[in-house]
Design a protein around this ligand. Structure first.
Ligand code: ATP
Ligand code: MG
Length: 574
């Protein structure tokens, strides 16, 4: 991945931010305010309701809503719903839910480009009357060929010089449904030799006999993005229309439409680099494919980069906003390491998450010298980072579960956890020593025998002797059973979009389900979305599938701070 410029360090991702200065968008906004250009800063977030919002959209939302908020302005939520064949109310609803969840509010400024269809139609008629738009009967393929290439100018359509009257008549009949899909379009009459391909008589309207999720069958001609967007911005009085770099060439058309119509104001478009994340794919079309082909469980599958997926995975709105702040606004496309997103949630949950003990792969341990019916309540710390979260009681008894991975019958050199004859600390409880290993007929370990030292209650010895490891545990008769869904990256290639078929780089181990994990009863009845740190394991949250009878947890992110490793590696490179 040598051609990918990977940003991994949150403190240097944006050097302007580090220096305490503003990003280029905020610099422009401040200059405009100083020059007295606008009474109020007005931005908009313009999703097309053809899919769920993803982490890239979060970047745009934080910018659009963030700038408006910081400068006392307002940000509109506008659905860019001009393509009825791909859009749906399911998406309209999910987008509103996700923007709110992320912590932003459009107040009364909820708009739909489709509400402007009558106005856009009137403006199109004005362009026709001015001789600046014409109806073209060429096929899509003919138009494509006539457009020319980057090195060759385009060719003028034989329909380009139709009279205004003929154009007005044909456009009206297009609107009235007299013509079939694809038989005609309305084009702007600009310049077929323009070095900017976008300016070679772009299509303004096309025919689509298709019901729209809002306007029903009222229209069978639909305006194109470039024509709709600038006029929608103008109608709403948007001052700063912020979008991603791929629209840079479209800015000339944005300005052309506004310059050639009698409009009361002329908003300006600014472009920033879209967010790309390693091991992540953000095209809505491809995400839809994942859903439709059942390669994930839905748009909110916790492996999806969608906001609903991240929410279900256990991400908080704060962690996503912090991540967006940290990466800053760039003018050049780059790839951000997904470890930075993981860093953001880990950092927050470290401060805020309740600790509990959970054993993912249980191995039973019988403490032979512990009284049969005794139950002791041990004091456990709820969050070592936050004393105000207090302590809780954890029941200890003769039979407990420990992690299978915490025992080795024949321990390798650096394995300091439990092994035959070895003493370790059970967190918050006692020192125990392994005295026996029980196996089944297949030779698999089914149970361990241990003894405990009653003088080490709480996990400390009065004689000062040391143990090499502390392991977690749960009391067998008190523990609840739970299903654990361990998520890993959905793709095993840093840039799945570079593959010929992204499905070829799906990670077959992106989900591991553990059916018989054991967890302390503290988490009983926790509502969906509750977040915990499972000691020594990672951060987990209660899934929406969880019930009182069957607890289900999603692993948000492992504890292991791979971020630290990355940082070290980066340091070494320098
Ligand atoms: P697709 O990528 O599927 O073509 P889209 O992501 O452009 O679609 P829109 O609904 O048009 O989908 O996006 C709404 C807004 O979010 C646009 O202003 C767009 O520029 C911005 N946006 C989309 N993807 C990203 C991204 N990866 N990073 C930053 N902003 C983004
Ligand atoms: Mg788009």
């Amino acid at each position: 991945m040598s051609d990918i410029n990977t940003t991994t360090n949150p403190t240097t991702a944006n050097s302007a931010e580090e220096a305490g200065s503003l990003d280029f968008i905020r610099t422009i906004v401040e200059e405009d305010i100083r020059a007295g250009k606008h009474k109020e800063i007005v931005t908009r977030f313009p999703p097309e309701p053809n899919g769920y919002l993803h982490i890239g959209h979060a970047k745009a939302i934080c910018t659009d809503f963030g700038v408006a908020k910081e400068y006392g302005g307002r940000c509109h939520l506008r659905f860019d719903d001009t393509n009825p064949t791909k859009e749906d109310v399911e998406y309209v609803d999910s987008i509103q839910e996700d923007v709110h969840w992320l912590g932003f509010d459009w107040g009364k400024h909820l708009y739909y480009a489709s509400d402007y269809f009558p106005k856009l139609y009137e403006y199109a008629i004005m362009l026709i009357k001015e001789g600046k738009a014409y109806v073209d009967d060429s096929t899509a393929e003919e138009i494509r060929v006539m457009r020319g290439t980057l090195t060759e100018p385009g060719k003028e359509s034989p329909y380009r010089n139709r009279s205004v009257e003929e154009n007005l008549d044909l456009f009206e009949r297009m609107k009235n449904g007299e013509f079939e899909d694809g038989s005609r379009v309305l084009r702007a009459k600009i310049d077929m030799a323009s070095p900017n391909m976008v300016m070679r008589d772009p299509t303004l309207y096309r025919i689509r006999h298709f019901s729209h999720h809002r306007t029903g069958d009222a229209w069978c001609i639909y305006p194109m993005y470039d024509y709709t967007h600038c006029l929608s911005d103008m109608i709403e009085g948007v001052t700063h229309s912020i979008c991603t770099l791929e629209f840079e060439n479209n800015r000339e058309l944005y300005d052309w439409v506004l310059d050639n119509l009698p409009v009361p104001c002329h908003p300006h478009q600014y472009e920033f680099a879209r967010l790309n994340l390693t091991y992540t794919m953000m095209s809505k079309r491809k995400l839809l494919q994942l859903v439709q082909e059942n390669l994930v469980s839905g748009w909110d599958d916790p492996r999806m980069p969608t906001l609903s997926g991240l929410r279900r995975r256990g991400y908080t709105p704060e962690s996503i906003r912090n991540f967006c702040d940290r990466i800053g606004l760039a003018k050049r496309n780059s790839m951000v390491d997904v470890a930075m997103l993981e860093f953001s949630i880990r950092e927050e949950l470290n401060r805020t998450a309740q600790r509990v003990m959970a054993v993912l792969n249980p191995l039973k341990v019988v403490i032979e010298n512990y009284p049969d019916d005794l139950v002791e309540e041990m004091d456990a710390i709820n969050n070592p980072e936050d004393e105000s979260m207090g302590t809780r009681k954890v029941a200890f008894s003769k039979e407990i579960y420990i992690e299978r991975d915490d025992f080795r019958e024949d321990p390798p050199k650096k394995f300091f956890r439990l092994a035959p004859g070895r003493e370790v600390r059970l967190r918050y409880a006692y020192y125990v020593t392994c005295t026996g290993v029980v196996k089944n007929e297949q030779g698999e370990i089914t149970e361990l025998r241990c003894t405990y030292d009653p003088a080490t209650k709480g996990g400390w010895s009065s004689d000062g002797r040391k143990v090499q490891a502390t392991i977690h545990w749960v009391s067998a008769k008190h523990a609840l059973s739970a299903e654990m869904r361990l998520y890993d990256r959905l793709f095993n290639e840093p840039d799945p979009t570079a593959a010929e078929d992204f499905r070829a780089c799906l990670n077959p181990e992106s989900l591991t389900v553990l059916n018989d994990a054991k967890i302390e009863p503290f988490v009983a009845n926790a509502p969906a979305g509750s977040r915990y740190q499972f000691e020594r394991q990672g951060y987990f949250c209660v899934d929406q599938d969880s019930t009182a009878d069957k607890l289900v947890f999603n692993r948000t992110v492992s504890l292991k701070d791979s971020w630290a490793k990355i940082e070290q590696a980066e340091q070494k490179k320098k």
